[in-house]
Structures are given as C-alpha cells and as structure tokens.
Design a protein around this ligand. Sequence first.
Ligand SMILES: NC(=O)c1ccc[n+]([C@@H]2O[C@H](COP(=O)([O-])OP(=O)(O)OC[C@H]3O[C@@H](n4cnc5c(N)ncnc54)[C@H](O)[C@@H]3O)[C@@H](O)[C@H]2O)c1
Length: 451
Amino acid sequence: MKTVVFGTGHVGLVTCVALSIKGHTVVGTDVDAEKIEMIRGGQPWFFEPGLEEALREQLDEGRLTFTVDPRDALGSAQVVFICVGTPPRADGEANLIAVEETARIVARHAAGPITVVEKSTVPAGTAERVKMTLSRERPDLTFEVVSNPEFLREGSGMEDALFPDRILVGAESGRGFQTMRRLYDPWIRDGVRLIETDIVSAELAKHACNAFLALKISYANALARICERAGANVRDVTTVMAADDRIGSAFLNAGIGYGGYCFPKDLVAFEYLANRLGYDFGLLREVGKINDEAVEAVAERVQEALWNLEDKRIALLGLSFKPETDDVRFSPSLALARLLIEKGATVVGYDPSASANARAELPQIEIASDPYEAARGAHCVILGTEWKEFSTLDLSRLRALTAYPVFFDGRNMFDEKQMIRAGFTYVPTGSRPVEPARRGGLNASAHRASA
Ligand SMILES: NC(=O)c1ccc[n+]([C@@H]2O[C@H](COP(=O)([O-])OP(=O)(O)OC[C@H]3O[C@@H](n4cnc5c(N)ncnc54)[C@H](O)[C@@H]3O)[C@@H](O)[C@H]2O)c1
C-alpha cells in the first residue's frame, strides 16, 4: 500500500523501514530538514541497533524515500501515519500541536479516500480532534481516522516493529479495520496477534500499559527503600515475587527508576486526562513521586558515604535512559548527575553511545572516553545505566584507579562477591552496603547511609 509517515524519529523512522521491509511503498517526512538529509544518506539521526543497516537496504530496494515536502506523496497516499512527538506541557498535558499540524497538512494535500493512523501516543479523545480538523479543513475529503498505538521499545525497536507481541487497532468502521488488516497482513500471516477495539479504548490502552509498567518499576523501588531501612535485600524479595506467575519478573528490578520519552510523560498525561474526566488517579502521582525518590535516594547515599560533595569527583557509568540507545530524554542517570552537580560534585560520565547527547543536555557534566578514564581519581563510581559492556569491566583495574573504592550499583547489575573481590565497598540498590574484610571510616559512613 502507498503510505506516508509523518515524523522520522524513534517511532517514525523504524515504522518507515518496517513497512518497507514488509513490501509497502513508504514516504517518510519530517519538519527537520537536517534529519531528512541524514536519513536520505542512509544515516539515522539516533542510534537504534540494526536500524542503519535495514534503512540502507530499504533505500536500495527503492520502496522507501524521504522528503521535507510531503505534498506530492499525499496526493497518491492510501494511508498516513502520524508519528510526530507529543511532548509534555508544564502541567503534564500532552502537547498535540504537531498532531494537529499533521492533520491540517494531510487535509490540504490528500486526494482521498485516505486512512489517517494515529501511531503517536495521544490521550483518549484525540482521534475526534483529528477528525474535526480534517473535516473543517477539507469538507469534501473522504477519510477514516484509526488509532494504532506503538509498543516498540528503544534499543530493540526494529525487532519489536517486525515481531511485535500485539498489533492494536482502534477503528469505528469496517472499512478502517479492513484497511489496517490489509496493511498488517504480512505480520498477521506471521502469527502476530491483532487486537481490534473502538478508537477511544485503543488510545486509552496505550496509556494504561505504560502507566502500569511504570507502576511495577516504582513498586520495586518503593520496596528498595524499605529493604535498605529494614536490612533486607530487594533482589531476594523481587525474586520471590517473580516466581509467582501472576506477578512475573518483568519490570520488577529496583534501580534509579524509569525514564525515556514514554513512561514519564505518558504517566503525567494519563493522570491529566483522568483529572479532566473527573477521576483523581492519585496512584499515578505516587508512581511518579517514587520514581523521583529513586534518584534522590542514590544522591543521599552518595552524600552520606562521601560527606561534603564540593570537592568530590564522581564517575557515572551510563548516561542514556536505558541501554542500547543514545536517547537521554528524561534519563534517570542524567537526573542523578544534575542533582550531584547541584550539590557541588564534579561528575565525570561515560556512555558507550549517549555522551554527545548527554553533554548537550547537561553541559556541566565532564565526559570521559572510557570507564577507566571516568574512574581515575574518582571518590566513588556509580552505575547509572546497565549497558552490557559494563558486565565485562576489569573491576580490579577500575578500583585501582579510584581515589575511594566505593561503587554504587544503581541498576543492581553486579554480583556482590565480584565487587568485594575487586576491593570495592559495594552499595547495591535496595540492600545494605557490603564491604571488603578490612575497611576504615569511609566504609563505616557507607554503612551508616543505609541505616
Ligand atoms: N520512543 C519510543 O520508544 C516510543 C514508543 C512508543 C510510542 N512512542 C510515541 O511515539 C511518538 C513519537 O515518539 P518518538 O520517540 O519517535 O519521538 P522523536 O522525537 O524521536 O520523533 C518525533 C519526530 O517528529 C518530527 N516532527 C515534529 N513535528 C512534526 C510535524 N509537524 N511534521 C512532521 N514531523 C514532525 C520531529 O522532528 C521528530 O523527528 C510520541 O507520541 C511517543 O510517545 C514513542
């Protein structure tokens, strides 16, 4: 089918490539000419495993093109995907200006009949607004609006787009469902589960999923705070929980919290929507509060262990909001860096791929070219993001480079015994610090941090 994709970001560009791989003709468009220029040259403007190779292959295949001016493409398009950003306003409401702008452009240039697909994450009721815009701008246009929320995860975006665990389509007429079944036919034939609902339920389901996953993470983090105080070990506690099939192990790891372009903004947007509908979803406020506390808890433990932070140097490993991405939007690791810098510390960060974005977001952070350089002379090391490459660190070498051998594991990635063998005082999340056999005042203060 002939498709146009608005927005060539983490969702839009992956969608373009996946649709092309499945045999559709795709024109990707974006307001940012620099991004389009890079993508046309076969270079995504962000890091996503496997995306660059797949993009180049599809450009060569000839079904996939990119433009800043979608007018021509809209004239023959059967399906338009809205994949533009929906950032949070100061009060938490989703800013849908780019969605409205897209609807307006589609209305002006589409020949119709056309199906407009909301793939961006939007509050329930947005499709009605899109329909209103389309018909006001072009009363003669034959169109259908459907909701098709995206569930891909950055870091495995290509895999998720090609082999999703579900495809959700919300529509209000048989024609809308039929168009989407035709579009997703290659996936459906591969056995992917298609869930069809009304439009509002599909819109709401996306917020419901993200808020629930955030809730699970915050539950684990609230447990971590209690375990630290009680002398229990949150890893053991969540292992017991995860053994119960009704609970499951996913998203139950205590750490410095969730971040990225989905959970934080979707949680506040969902709460905002609930409020507007007259329901006080206070549970979601707590989830956000616990997430903020997860970062503050590490900063407090660091301060307790190191005393004054003004003359302290802190190595921070991992800056992206999660591994396998260079995205630092709402990164908990950067939030921690900001907090420590505000308290006077010098933070030296290292990330396998997000260093440039981190520096742009937080210019006060110093960037090291590898983990060992970050650790040189550091008064503690913090693991902020659990990149796989950190699991092969030479911990003895790392410790030898530090001024004080204290390691805060913000993601509970390491084994306590390895850390002790390497000579670190090991401060996991959600349990008390563990020290090598002989230690002086520093470890005593690290111990107090958990009391
Ligand atoms: N990032 C994720 O993991 C993820 C997963 C599922 C859903 N989503 C949702 O998908 C949407 C997009 O997220 P993203 O991470 O891809 O954002 P992004 O910032 O990576 O990409 C958005 C793109 O839209 C472009 N854009 C903005 N206004 C435009 C306009 N008027 N016309 C054309 N292009 C325009 C921007 O230049 C940018 O390239 C959001 O609603 C987000 O919540 C994101």
